[in-house]
Ligand binder design. Structure first.
Ligand code: MG
Length: 390
């Protein structure tokens, strides 16, 4: 049987790599739908190449002449949700960036299709709602985040009661080993240079602040039903061990591979089967010299904020993520210095109540309240006059 694949966020970094994997999969998988927020030209080009039944575009396009004949076009945020129902997929690859991906992830989780989740914010904001939707529909959650894919692979066939710790590895990003003083004046270009992974701009900045790891701690708590105290972060600069699970008997299982998002994508699209990767076998000697270090939570306070938010639960993940999305955009626009990102996130977590077990409306309302609050705070944290920035 040919697997029907819907790719949400197909013009982003993970979306484009998913289509690369789809090309290699040949006759076993078929693209039935694609979505993008505003990159109409690339979306239509992908539609001409893969021939989906329908595509969705968040913003209305000016010119639809590039769309292939017979391919239906849905528009607006509702169009993305409608696309999920319309295309009857067997697997939905959720690769929209940020909180904007939540509604479509929930829609996918309601269908009973496999949910290949690259949108970690869905779990950070509403992990309990996504899991409940999957339980109702029979959908299987398949993480596409490399760390969580590794953990899922290490948990496969094991009794969850035997898990002692989930160990998330962190490359440390471009500023690993720096001091806070050294980070005060880093530029956007420096922050966008990740040493081992090639990713989109938002997640690359999140790697530089360690906010990405903070979000991943919360993501792990919800994906694997473990408590925050069981999730540990270790710095592993080579990005070869993608994460580990330690069991109560003292065994640690790890998943190793060169850093390449196409592996977790391939794993999720093939699940439960393994699909063959192109290229030669891995050269273990080229991967030798693996190191582990304690993270520096004083220099990178976002990690400690995330661990705190994971223990607190409720709306903490929503608050942290909303403040971070605003702060990262402001940093990328040259409005605030690098260190202000963590300060704005800390400010929002102090300002808003975490509560417990929020429903979707409360989550979405809090998300916009925090965005407004943090946007208003930007001027307080902006560059002092005459300071260097780019
Ligand atoms: Mg990751």
């Amino acid at each position: 049987m040919v697997k029907r694949v819907l790719v949400l966020g197909s013009t982003g970094s993970v979306g484009r790599q998913t289509l690369e994997v789809m090309e290699q999969l040949g006759g076993t998988h078929q693209v039935v739908g694609l979505s993008a927020w505003s990159s109409a030209e690339l979306l239509f080009e992908q539609a001409r190449q893969f021939g989906p039944e329908a595509v969705a575009l968040g913003t209305a396009p000016v010119d639809t002449s590039g769309l292939p004949q017979g391919c239906e076009l849905l528009t607006g945020a509702e169009g993305v949700v409608e696309l999920v129902a319309r295309t009857r997929p067997d697997v939905v690859l959720c690769a929209i960036t940020g909180a904007a991906g939540l509604r479509s992830t929930l829609a996918a989780a309601e269908t009973g299709a496999d949910v290949a989740l690259a949108n970690k914010e869905s779990m950070v904001l509403a992990g309990h709602l996504v899991r409940a939707a999957c339980a109702r529909s029979g959908s299987t959650l398949l993480p596409v985040d490399s760390e969580h894919s590794a953990i899922a692979q290490c948990l496969h066939g094991e009794d969850p009661a035997g898990v002692r710790r989930v160990i998330l590895t962190a490359s440390g990003g471009p500023f690993r080993g720096r001091t806070r003083d050294e980070l005060a004046h880093v530029t956007i270009e420096e922050a966008l240079k990740h040493p081992s992974w090639d990713m989109g701009p938002r997640i690359t900045i999140d790697s530089a602040t360690l906010m990405n790891k903070a979000l991943e701690v919360i993501e792990a708590v919800h994906l694997f039903d473990v408590c925050a105290e069981q999730v540990h972060v270790v710095m592993h600069r080579q990005s070869v061990i993608h994460s580990m699970v330690e069991y109560c008997d003292g065994a640690i299982l790890a998943q190793l591979s060169p850093p390449d998002m196409r592996l977790p994508i391939r794993w999720a699209l093939g699940y439960p089967a393994r699909v063959k990767a192109p290229g030669p076998p891995i050269d273990l000697l080229a991967l030798s010299g693996l190191t582990f270090e304690e993270p520096d939570r004083d220099t990178f306070p976002c990690l400690a904020l995330g661990e705190h938010a994971a223990r607190q639960g409720g709306l903490s993940g929503t608050i942290m993520n909303a403040a971070n999305e605003i702060a990262v955009s402001a940093f990328l626009n040259g409005q605030i210095p690098f260190l202000a990102i963590g300060e704005l996130v800390g400010d929002a977590l102090n300002e808003f109540e975490a509560g417990a077990d929020p429903d979707l409306d409360t989550i979405l309302a809090t998300d916009s309240d925090v965005r407004r609050h943090t946007t208003n705070k930007l001027t307080e944290f902006s560059h002092p006059a005459g300071s260097p920035h780019s």
